[in-house]
Design a protein around this ligand. Structure first.
Ligand SMILES: [Zn+2]
Length: 242
């Protein structure tokens, strides 16, 4: 049923002469792993541009050759060390009392470790998509070009922000493939929201976590990336369009 509703929604887009704009963000890379190689190979095979959000405390030297061999892959910064410092209300790297100066300094230290890698773009993805109240100001002070969190269609603010919206996985009770029906249901809602707002070009961000994919997730991802009725864009292209 949900797949049928998705097909109907996509028919409305076609009737309007529009193609949904998608971009792809993958979180939690730290080092060269078989799963990361598989992910990058999938991007190359499907020509879907990939943004790898990497945690800066990992093995940079190991990542460099992988990225150099895949020029379509963009590298951005995923947090500073991906450790939870919040006492309550969900996970986040920065405690409530942490100030803008301290956050700015932590961001800069992390970025300095990633900046030399092939495909690096100075953009930031907060772990758990947690937006500390001082984070936008700290990102501006530290000179980031953009950032990405969760679920907003056209986030306001001084700094460009392009979110992810569509999670390949479900997390309760252990990470696993979300399921084709649930994925289609969410995708349909995101498409309908953009169509109804006349905001056809607002990108929809696919979110993956290569270290947590089961085989069902990999198989579905491969089919989804290969769809030719979607307009896959890289993060640098979206930023250049402003
Ligand atoms: Zn993460």
């Amino acid at each position: 049923m949900r797949r049928l509703l998705l097909a109907l929604e996509l028919r409305r887009w076609r009737a309007a002469g529009r193609r949904p704009v998608l971009w792809w963000r993958d979180d939690d890379a730290r080092e060269d792993t078989p799963a990361l190689r598989r992910l990058i190979a999938l991007s190359v095979a499907t020509s879907a541009p990939l943004t790898v959000a990497a945690i800066p405390d990992g093995d940079r030297e190991g990542l460099a050759p992988l990225l150099a061999a895949a020029p379509g892959v963009t590298l951005v910064q995923h947090g500073v060390d991906h450790r939870n410092r919040r006492a309550e209300g969900g996970s986040g790297e920065f405690a409530a009392e942490t100030g803008v100066e301290e956050i700015t300094e932590a961001l800069q230290t992390g970025w300095a470790r990633l900046a030399i890698l092939p495909g690096a773009v100075k953009a930031f993805v907060p772990p758990w998509n947690f937006v500390h109240p001082a984070l936008p100001e700290a990102l501006s002070r530290a000179g980031y070009a953009a950032w990405s969190a969760w679920a907003e269609r056209r986030p306001a603010g001084a700094l460009a922000r392009i979110d992810a919206h569509l999670d390949l996985l479900r997390w309760g009770g252990g990470a696993r493939f979300r399921g084709e029906g649930a994925f289609a249901g969410r995708f349909t809602r995101l498409l309908a929201e953009r169509r109804q707002a006349g905001d056809w070009a607002a990108p929809i961000g696919l979110l993956t976590h290569h270290l947590d994919h089961d085989e069902a997730a990999w198989a579905f991802l491969e089919r989804f990336l290969a769809r030719r009725d979607l307009d896959w864009r890289g993060l640098p292209d979206l930023l250049a369009e402003g």
